[in-house]
Design a protein around this ligand. Structure first.
Ligand code: URA
Length: 443
């Protein structure tokens, strides 16, 4: 349909007017087809950023973005299908642990993932640290793998929600990323374009997240679940703690090694707890099992070795070296310099700037400054402390994996500067703040 002049749509939002479904659909799809120039779309995004979008407009924007391209029906998959998405964090390797757990319990995890963005890591970058592993799977191969193995993690193809690809790049270039309705439409368009039975969202809140406060993260979780409700897709969103790195590894190969450690049952902690919680949620929502039982089955999938075996099969199916499961250190790329990080005072960890750690790891080469930049899979930071932990001067609290001594030294200083230490004991933050969607508030 034609609404007329795109400047009228920009002016309407600039003046705070509610945009109709037709206006949004026409503007977004015309832009995706290259019929509206970037400068007008940039003005539109800034008007949306400043004026906001109400619930109806957010749904309409999401719908317009989905309608801009292909969708993935996943008709060849007989298992119950679940998708899990994180809004982005630091040491956030939940998908690497969640997917094999859920798959080993009979569910299908069809995961189209993104690359690292800003200071946050990306699942594709982490997995591609495994020698040989490919994430550019054709839709038919992706679907076959999900049916046979139970999980596949692949890059989103360019024909799926092309309007989001184009608008996201423009948002990145025009300082319009951190807008709750724009993020909700961006995330949900990609989730709803893939026909799963359940969407689980991990909405991060805190220093390492895009949403720095729990209130903003809760508003984002509500906006996302409202869009899913309107679409008729079951969706549950957890607002989870990102006031500190979730796991210990902030890099790419280092994250894979940590995931293997967790899946083998050797390691425990907040990352395992969150992956088990999401897998338990998926099992109970999709099979009708009580919540406690879902979580127990998820924990047993790790302890029995089934989840690790499923991870091995996923890696192998995607062309990666499956020996990574038996000997991660022998298979994964390693940095030439590994420098311990040593505490410079006694006390308790009172807080840590997770974004600063994400940026420090990115500057070692683990992240990219611009879309398309190469990354170094071997480098990164291991940070072992969690808020509330006691520490002693001289104690080894982590390590920097770097290309040279100077980079390692500078990064170790940044790690220490990111920490705040208290003399008295500190209460650890909760792992999960609240759940939204379905039966809200159930923990
Ligand atoms: N992740 C997305 O997919 N979109 C956003 O807008 C922000 C984070």
């Amino acid at each position: 349909m034609s609404v007329g002049d795109p400047r009228d749509v920009v002016a309407a939002k600039r003046d705070g007017r509610h945009l109709s479904e037709q206006e949004l659909a026409w503007f977004v799809q015309s832009y995706a087809r290259g019929e509206i120039p970037d400068y007008l779309a940039a003005a539109f995004l800034m008007a949306c950023f400043i004026r906001g979008l109400d619930a109806e407009e957010t749904v309409a924007l999401t719908r317009a973005m989905i309608d801009s391209g292909a969708t993935l029906a996943l008709r060849g998959i007989s298992r119950p299908k679940v998708d899990k998405h994180s809004t982005g964090g630091v040491a956030d390797g939940v998908t690497l642990v969640f997917a094999p757990i859920a798959a080993s319990l009979g569910l299908a995890v069809a995961k189209l993932s993104g690359r690292g963005l800003g200071h946050t890591g990306g699942t594709l970058d982490k997995l591609e640290a495994i020698p040989g592993l490919r994430t550019d799977l054709e839709p038919a191969a992706f679907e076959r793998q999900v049916e046979e193995v139970g999980c596949a993690v692949a890059a989103q193809t360019a024909d799926l929600v092309p309007a989001d690809g184009a608008l996201y790049a423009l948002r990145d270039a025009t300082a319009t990323v951190p807008s709750i309705p724009l993020i909700a439409a961006s995330v949900m368009s990609k989730k709803l374009a893939v026909a799963t039975d359940l969407v689980l969202l991990d909405v991060k809140a805190g220093s390492g997240a895009f949403m720095k406060t729990v209130d903003d993260a809760e508003a984002l979780a509500r906006a996302c679940t409202r869009v899913a409700d309107d679409w008729g897709r079951p969706c549950r969103a957890a607002v989870t703690d990102m006031s500190q790195p979730l796991g210990e590894a902030i890099g790419n190969a280092l994250d894979v090694a940590e995931a293997v450690d967790l899946l083998s049952g050797r390691a425990h902690g907040r990352l395992r707890a969150l992956a088990v919680m999401f897998a338990g949620e998926a099992v109970s929502r999709l099979t009708g099992a009580p919540m406690g039982e879902g979580r127990e089955r998820a924990a047993r999938a790790i302890d029995s070795g089934q989840a690790l075996e499923t991870f091995r099969r996923m890696v192998e199916a995607q062309g990666g070296d499956p020996r990574v499961v038996d000997d991660p250190a022998g298979v994964l790329p390693a940095a030439p310099v590994v420098r311990p990080v040593v505490a410079d005072r006694d006390g308790y960890l009172a807080g840590v700037d997770a974004e600063a750690l994400g940026r420090a790891s990115g500057d070692l080469g683990a992240g990219r400054k611009r879309k398309g930049d190469p990354i170094d899979p071997a480098v990164g930071i291991v940070f072992r402390l969690k808020v509330g932990d006691p520490l002693q001067r001289g104690e080894e609290i982590g390590a920097v994996h770097a290309r040279d001594e100077a980079a390692a030294e500078g990064c170790a200083r940044r790690v220490l500067a990111a920490m705040s230490i208290s003399e008295g004991a500190v209460e650890p933050p909760p792992l999960v703040h609240a759940w939204f969607g379905g039966s809200e508030g159930v923990g």
